[in-house]
Ligand binder design. Structure first.
Ligand SMILES: [Zn+2]
Length: 137
């Protein structure tokens, strides 16, 4: 992904100043929200290794197959808790996606969906990890 392009998490910053350095391992996420945003962006750019790295070992799947037909279009963070001095945090968000936009042939329906989730995070050794989430709404 181009560092100068708009970050997929729609923070308003370029990718190179937002989720890019987190994906590259240049710096860890300072807050639960920053980690959540970078994980959303990782889904958007198809970075499965980053998703696994930032998943807490107790809940992390053995492997992760991303659905490349699913296009993540929009992220709205509704509520957030968990800063640089906290041990745990929560982020409530709505992620909007479109599926069926891949090479499915002409006339294939584009389906729009939303994921409304409250995600739980913990901070260990100075790093935030995604633990799990509850579907809300
Ligand atoms: Zn971002």
């Amino acid at each position: 992904m181009d560092d100068a392009a708009r970050c997929p998490c729609l923070s308003g910053l370029p990718y190179g100043e937002c989720c890019g350095p987190l994906h590259a391992g240049a710096r860890p996420a300072a807050t639960a929200e920053a980690l959540m945003r970078s994980r959303y962006s990782a889904f958007a750019v198809g970075d499965a290794p980053y998703l696994l790295q930032t998943w807490h070992p107790t809940t992390r799947p053995a492997s992760l197959e991303l659905d490349h037909d699913q296009q993540w279009r929009r992220l709205d963070v509704l509520a957030t808790r968990g800063g640089p001095f906290d041990d745990d945090g929560e982020v409530e968000f709505v992620a909007t996606f479109r599926s069926g936009a891949g090479p499915g042939g002409p006339g294939r329906l584009h389906e729009r969906g939303q994921l409304h989730e409250v995600s739980r995070f913990v901070r260990e050794g100075g790093r935030w990890f995604y633990v799990d989430g509850d579907i809300a709404g």
